[in-house]
Design a protein around this ligand. Structure first.
Ligand SMILES: C=C1C[C@]23C[C@H]1CC[C@H]2[C@]1(C)CCC[C@@](C)(C(=O)O)[C@H]1[C@@H]3C(=O)O
Ligand SMILES: O=C(O)CCC(=O)C(=O)O
Ligand SMILES: [Fe+2]
Length: 406
């Protein structure tokens, strides 16, 4: 991980215990004619005017009402998108319009708080949750022009986890904010499990296969706030990456900014009022042995308007082994096994990799796999072929050449 420099000319705030922290304070930065050097991205990464990516807009009405013909049409539409760029949008998803509106409203309320109040929830080193400004506490360069608030939503039925988190960090007066987030996360969980059914049908694994796999899962709720930027052509709101999680439900406002790298170039995915953007993540790509694609994407900013997005990242239960179903390892001709592209791993292992060792980017899963195999081979050599080492557990050959990691 980049080590943050001792000082960074963004702005220095004071945390509630008086320590100086490096912060991203848009109200200060926006008054400067140029953005700080740390926010300037390499020329090859800077945004330009892209074409539109026509992602399928899938109407879920028939599927959610149990109509068989509509379900198979919907699964076919999803199959095409997931096998190519992994993105599609959904309409008539039955998520209450008020819940969608209120979730953005309380995100605005949070980001409009005084910086000292937001810092009550600041992310602690090595933790995924909390308030972050430009990741200035983690990275020293290529900083994203955004503030984020992230918290966990676990599917274990702990009804008050979100409310307790928000009030414990910000104060009891923020209970209404916590309740709005809880209602939104509950709706996202239900939708994510319905989409898992569709993915199961589309892969001919049956509607329950992935629903059951994720039913006891966990999720990361992330609120993104992208302030207007005086030099939007030099920076990015969120850098190029594929989501390491399994599935993402993105609720974006009506300000364009999401871009997907498809057919060899960056393409914009314009907001559609009432629609939610869905994309496959690395963990689901591994569950399908690469059949469904976790695609590179990013967010750009603009000079005039703030942009907000709410990303609900669906993850398996932390210690559940991520391994493709054997049905997906049969060759197209029904012949012998298709080589595994990724080792067995757990979400806890991949999350720890992205939070402590690696800045999530376009090659996270590839680098995680290489590191994982190197470690496993090391284990195997050092423990004289001890059968407990991970390489054997995965059923992988210790020799990485047996894998198709490109
Ligand atoms: C597991 C995660 C790490 C990030 C949040 C979730 C899923 C997406 C990841 C992220 C957004 C990808 C771009 C880089 C990142 C550092 C960010 O800009 O926020 C990533 C998140 C993170 O590491 O906090
Ligand atoms: O804000 C967006 O449109 C995309 C954000 C994103 O990709 C992420 O947070 O992982
Ligand atoms: Fe993303």
């Amino acid at each position: 991980m980049d080590s943050s420099p001792a000082t960074l000319d963004l702005d220095k705030g004071k945390s509630d215990c008086g320590n100086s922290v490096v912060v991203f304070d848009p109200s200060v930065l926006q008054k400067q004619s140029n953005i700080p050097e740390a926010f300037i991205w390499p020329r090859c990464e800077r945004p330009h005017q892209p074409e539109e990516l026509e992602v399928p807009v899938v109407d879920l009405k028939g599927f959610l009402e149990g109509d068989a013909a509509s379900t198979s049409r919907t699964a076919a539409a999803i199959r095409g998108a997931c096998a190519s760029h992994g993105f599609f949008q959904v309409m008539n998803h039955k998520v209450d319009a008020a819940a969608l509106h209120d979730a953005l409203r309380v995100a605005d309320e949070f980001f409009e708080l005084p910086l000292s109040t937001k810092l009550r929830a600041r992310r602690r080193p090595g933790c995924t949750w909390g308030y972050v400004g430009a990741h200035a506490d983690r990275f020293a360069s290529m900083l994203p022009w955004k503030e984020t608030l992230s918290f966990a939503y676990d599917y274990s039925g702990n009804r008050d986890g979100v409310v307790d988190y928000i009030t414990s960090k910000l104060g009891e007066e923020f209970q209404p904010m916590g309740r709005v987030h809880r209602r939104y996360c509950a709706a996202m969980k239900d939708l994510s499990l319905s989409i898992m059914e569709l993915l199961g049908i589309s892969l001919r694994m049956g509607r329950d296969y992935y629903r059951n796999f994720f039913e006891d899962g966990s999720s990361i709720m992330r609120c993104n706030n992208y302030p207007p930027c005086q030099e939007p052509e030099l920076t990015l709101g969120t850098g190029p990456h594929s989501d390491p999680t399994a599935l993402t439900i993105l609720h974006q406002d009506q300000v364009a900014g999401l871009q997907v790298f498809a057919e060899g170039k960056w393409r914009s995915v314009s907001p559609i009022a009432g629609a939610l953007v869905i994309n496959i993540g690395d963990t689901f790509m591994a569950l399908t042995n690469g059949r469904y694609k976790s695609c590179l994407h990013r967010a750009v900013v603009n000079r005039d308007r703030r942009r907000r997005s709410l990303a609900f990242f669906v993850c398996p239960q932390a210690d559940k082994v991520v391994r493709p179903a054997k049905e997906l390892l049969v060759g197209r001709d029904g012949g012998g096994g298709v080589p595994r592209k990724y080792p067995d791993f757990t979400w806890a292992e991949l999350l720890e990799f992205t939070q402590s060792h690696y800045r999530t980017d376009a090659s996270t899963l590839q680098n995680f796999t290489q590191r994982f195999l190197t470690y496993s081979i090391h284990l195997s050599l050092s423990s004289n072929n001890n059968s407990n080492n991970k390489a054997i557990k995965t059923g992988m050959n210790k020799d990485a050449s047996q894998m198709e990691v490109s």
